[in-house]
Design a protein around this ligand. Structure first.
Ligand code: PEP
Ligand code: MG
Length: 586
């Protein structure tokens, strides 16, 4: 018997696939295939007389894609999805590259073939030779190259806006794609997808991060989903387990519907915790703060009941635009957040530009951007930009409770210069008679192993610390956090990582300095008790995770978990580590 809702008349073979679950929860719905270069491409010969016409057809497709990307870039500027605009821009730049603008035209001329085939041949060539490409910018952007080719192919087929033009998608559609570019993901906001699955991608890919912030189940790295799953087939996406079940039978479907309801009920129940004070069973208070990118993120922060903002990633104000925000514009943005939080603390991180977050014109200056002129290094190299930001933050400080957070501190000298820059900005404001909070605390992000190891060097001169586990893991394990090919090696439970985190918390306590964790680990409910056991009392995370973490805090007894956490810090075998984490959460 065919499962409920499966395609009428089609043989419905049931099978299961495993990938990396990047956003938890269960989605049940019908597959909507997102066609890309993985699909078959027609190949036919054209006459010599038709070469120019075919080249023009290709040029038109490129032009169409350019217009669409420009439109997308504009539509996300200053919107909640504005962090995606830089990637749209990368695609625009690739589109102008000779590899796309010229090479397929040449193939059409030489081989007298259709434009699709020329593009496909060029893409195959690029993919095969990717590791040999001299240009480090192109080499680092294999996925982007494929996504741009897919867009051009779509334009050639006259179906560029596959998702956007599909009349009305069923509420429960699940997007099945080989890969999704950030530009594709933008369209999610217009269509209520229940979830998505892709063949490529890693847990830290931008697509994954967006899925998590949208709270929809998602699985990546499935490898063959796009070829094995057919349009409209019924699928279950278990984002927590990383499992996809295609054409489930009735009993499996019923089981998952039950689980789905339980998850919904669980989420609704969590909402009741919004105003409950966060404290462990033995009465130890815990601060749960939120991370934001833009002032427009305040609404979910309020709904989560966060008692402050632990990380305002201010660099997002500087992205997706040709000019820099001046002091007044920044002041108004910071003030909006500070006033919106009504006296609760707001930690504004000075701009963390560099690595994968760039201001215009700065995109491909170095081979290893994560190790380059990033964060405080960039600010110290651009003192005027830094000064403008510090003045704006200080001005906003008189409207509430502001804390300044310096990212990526590594050396004594950097901290000296950063503190001097804060003092200089204060002096200027004083001389101009502009009011600000004279006692605004200045803290440092501990996200480079050197800073974690040589912590006493920084701690004496800072008012507070915030551990950026995303980068601390990247730099400790030498794993590029945005490279999906090494995503499986990105391990928050590596003993080196855990000992660094526990050590930073211990040293901060000895020096009586507040310490928070503001990386993704702070929002991972499976790690809440471990971090509490390390002595952490201050978590900052995406608002969507806050109530789940609060629930875990409320059900934790610090004396009970202490012996297990002590064993975790002594364990070096991954299986034993996993067993201890499970025991901790039992
Ligand atoms: C981190 O590195 O953990 C962090 C919170 O900063 P970002 O993710 O913005 O680099
Ligand atoms: Mg960081």
């Amino acid at each position: 018997m065919s499962p409920e809702g499966a395609r009428a008349g089609a043989p419905s073979v049931s099978f299961t696939m495993h990938g990396i679950g990047v956003s938890g929860g269960i989605a049940i719905g019908h597959a909507h295939l997102f066609a890309g270069m993985g699909a078959e491409v027609d190949h036919y010969q054209i006459s010599g007389a038709d070469v120019v016409r075919e080249q023009r057809r290709y040029d038109r497709a490129v032009k169409e894609v350019r217009a669409e990307l420009l439109e997308l870039g504009e539509s996300v500027r200053h919107s909640a999805a504005s962090e995606l605009a830089p990637f749209v821009k990368v695609h625009l730049m690739l589109l102008e590259d000779g590899a796309f603008a010229e090479a397929p035209r040449e193939i059409i001329r030489e081989q007298h073939c259709n434009a699709e085939w020329a593009l496909r041949s060029q893409l195959d060539l690029l993919m095969a030779q990717f590791s040999d490409i001299e240009d480090p910018y192109l080499r680092a952007r294999e996925d982007d190259v494929r996504q741009v080719a897919e867009r051009i192919l779509g334009a050639l087929a006259g179906t560029q806006r596959r998702i956007a033009t599909k009349p009305v998608l069923a509420d429960a559609a699940i997007l099945v794609a080989r890969d999704l570019s950030p530009a594709d993901v933008i369209l999610f906001r217009e269509h209520p997808f229940a979830g998505f699955i892709t063949d490529l991608g890693g847990a830290t890919s931008h697509t994954a991060i967006v899925a998590r912030s949208m709270n929809i189940p998602a699985i990546v790295a499935l490898h063959h989903a796009r070829t094995l799953i057919h349009e409209d087939e019924l699928i279950i996406v278990d984002g927590t387990q990383g499992v996809v079940i295609v054409n489930p039978d009735r009993s499996v479907l019923a089981e998952y519907r039950l689980k789905q309801n339980e998850t919904r009920l669980e989420r609704d129940k969590l909402k009741r915790l919004r105003s409950a004070a966060a404290a462990t069973l033995d009465g130890t208070p815990v601060q749960l703060w939120a991370n934001i990118e833009l002032p427009s993120d305040l609404e979910p922060v309020k709904a989560s009941g966060a008692s402050g903002i632990g990380l305002f990633r201010s660099e997002f104000l500087f992205m997706n635009r040709r000019d820099l925000p001046d002091e007044d514009e920044q002041y108004h943005a910071y003030r909006e957040v500070v006033e919106g939080m009504r006296g609760l603390p707001v930690t504004i991180r000075t701009m963390d530009i560099g690595a994968d977050k760039n201001v215009d014109g700065q995109e491909h200056v170095t081979v290893n951007p994560a190790l380059g002129l990033r964060a405080i290094r960039y600010c110290l190299a651009e003192p005027q930009i830094f000064n403008t930001q510090l003045r704006a933050i200080l001005r906003a400080s008189r409207h509430g409770k502001v804390l300044i957070l310096i990212p990526m501190l590594t050396t004594w000298h950097e901290l000296t210069l950063a503190l001097a820059a804060v003092e200089q900005a204060k002096d200027q404001l004083r001389r101009q008679g502009i009011k600000f909070d004279e006692h605004v605390p200045v803290g440092g992000m501990i996200e480079v192993p050197a800073a974690a190891i040589a912590l006493p060097m920084f701690i004496r001169r800072l008012d507070f610390l915030s551990i950026g586990t995303n980068d601390l893991i990247q730099y400790t394990l030498a794993i590029d956090r945005s490279d999906d090919k090494v995503a499986h090696l990105y391990d928050p439970l590596h003993p080196a990582v855990l000992n660094l985190i526990a050590g930073v918390i211990r040293t901060a306590q000895q020096h009586e300095k507040p310490v928070a964790v503001c990386g993704e680990m702070a929002g991972d409910v499976e790690l809440t008790r471990m971090l509490l056991g390390f002595g952490l009392r201050h978590f900052s995370m995406h608002p969507a995770h806050l109530l789940g973490v609060k629930q875990r805090v409320l059900t934790t007894s610090l004396p009970d978990i202490a012996p297990i956490v002590a064993r975790i810090l002594k364990t070096d075998e991954p299986e034993k580590m996993q067993a201890l984490i499970e025991k901790l959460n039992a």
